[in-house]
Design a protein around this ligand. Structure first.
Ligand code: SAM
Length: 263
């Protein structure tokens, strides 16, 4: 799929996505993915950071609240408009702009760190976005990103449940098939039924890569792998919050922090 088609899909998703995410329907993000990401983020107080694929800016604002001076980009103008409106309403000093993560409009060595929350697996040329992230980082700067877990969130992933709804396992399909923008249609699962019925589903182009593809890409780009994390819930949380129970069996997300060598 062409990058322009990918951008068009995200622009079409952006209005409902923003409204639903801000209503709290992106429960995996709010209850698990973002808290885990920040728990493993180094101290960013006083640093210059770039958020790649910022969406409506919820996680970007958390970076700014942690003391960083943040610039953020997204391919979809509607996401950037909503993020800028939130900035105007409660200023945190964040600079937003529409841009493509695969061609970043910033000079070499501009940032101390970069983040990409759940956006890299949505880009057709991950080698380019990784090379661009490395280029705009200062020497010894880091990139921390989250993606759908390459092993357990393959295209067509299904959660297997018994009749009582208890999670039995995760069905993994097509792990080895390299993604080329196959569209996945879905809504945030936590949205109320009447709200789901009222909106068109998101159309999300996927560019699935295997675990070894990701590791080899990072190494080939010249990053040093520093930290990995696979968020999941314990048995007690799985019982208390059934929505997240699949992540007791296997992780839905993979977090990585990689660093640009000094030379
Ligand atoms: C799953 S959303 C995540 C949004 C946000 N980071 C968050 O955590 O809520 C993926 C985001 O990546 C953006 N995106 C996709 N392709 C992009 C590209 N080539 N350059 C910049 N952003 C892109 C989409 O517009 C969307 O906002």
């Amino acid at each position: 799929m062409e990058a322009s088609e990918v951008a068009a899909c995200w622009e079409a998703n952006a209005e409902t996505w923003t409204r639903h995410a801000r209503a709290g329907y992106d429960l995996y993000r709010d209850a698990q993915n973002t808290p885990a990401f920040f728990a493993h983020l180094p101290d960013i107080d006083g640093l210059d950071g770039l958020d790649i694929g910022c969406g409506e800016g919820s996680n970007t604002r958390k970076l700014a609240e942690a003391g960083a001076s943040v610039t953020a980009i997204d391919i979809a103008p509607t996401f950037i408009r909503h993020a800028q409106e939130a900035e105007a309403a409660s200023p945190l000093g964040i600079s937003y702009r529409v841009a493509d993560g695969m061609a970043l409009p910033f000079a070499d060595a501009s940032f101390d760190f970069a983040t990409a929350f759940m956006s890299l697996m949505d880009m057709p040329h991950q080698d380019r976005v990784l090379a661009e992230a490395k280029r705009v980082l200062k020497p010894s700067g880091f990139l921390q990103f989250s993606i759908l877990h390459p092993c357990f969130a393959t295209p067509g992933r299904k959660v297997m449940r018994d009749e009582a709804g208890n999670v039995l396992g995760i069905e993994v399909r097509e792990y080895f098939r390299v993604g080329d923008g196959e569209i996945e249609s879905w809504r945030f699962g936590a949205a109320p039924a009447e709200e789901k019925a009222r909106v068109a589903p998101f159309r999300v182009p996927r560019f699935h890569r295997t675990m070894s593809d990701w590791i080899n890409l990072l190494v080939a780009t010249g990053f040093r792998i520093e930290h990995m994390h696979e968020p999941g819930v314990d048995a007690q949380t799985a019982r208390a919050v059934p929505y997240l129970a699949d992540t007791y069996v296997a992780p839905l997300f993979l977090h990585m922090r990689v660093r640009k060598p000094v030379r």
